[in-house]
Design a protein. Structure first.
Length: 147
């Protein structure tokens, strides 16, 4: 029988490095990660309505609470692969180490069809700890997961 290890004692593994890019056609910045083997590429686009959604949630606006149960459910980034949305990056604060901010990317399922099995769009939980106080990803940040 194996021993239990929590996230603070488990080793982190780097899945890849995140690079900032600029799309000239739309004048938008986005972040990209290319996984080892150069076959899987994710693009992170910032949620343009994030600040307004947070303000609406602080003011107890009922219309925003229809979509989000808590402030931590409001995504900071939307993640795409092959022009399809596969997940979101959610802002979090550590409970230790002076409440340092980080981004949490939960694993997701993607439905194929009515009678087929679900397949995972993001197969495990990922973390990005190289962010500033506004949850903006720093240059050369690492995408990490725990094993």
């Amino acid at each position: 029988m194996g021993t239990y290890q929590n996230a603070t004692t488990s080793p982190t593994i780097t899945a890849g490095y995140i690079r900032k890019h600029f799309k000239e056609e739309t004048d938008k910045e986005y972040y990209q990660i290319i996984f080892p083997g150069n076959k899987i590429i994710w693009a992170f686009f910032e949620n343009e309505h994030y600040e307004q959604n947070i303000e609406d949630f602080k003011e107890n606006n009922d219309s925003i609470k229809e979509f989000f149960k808590a402030r931590t459910c409001i995504p900071k980034y939307t993640i795409y692969r092959d022009k399809k949305k596969i997940g979101t990056a959610l802002p979090r604060n550590a409970h230790e180490h002076d409440d340092k901010p980080f981004l949490y990317i939960p694993k997701t399922l993607k439905k194929r069809g009515k009678y087929s099995k679900n397949r995972k769009a993001i197969g495990r939980n990922y973390y990005i700890f190289d962010v500033d106080d506004d949850y903006i990803i720093n240059d050369s940040a690492r995408l990490l997961f725990y094993q």
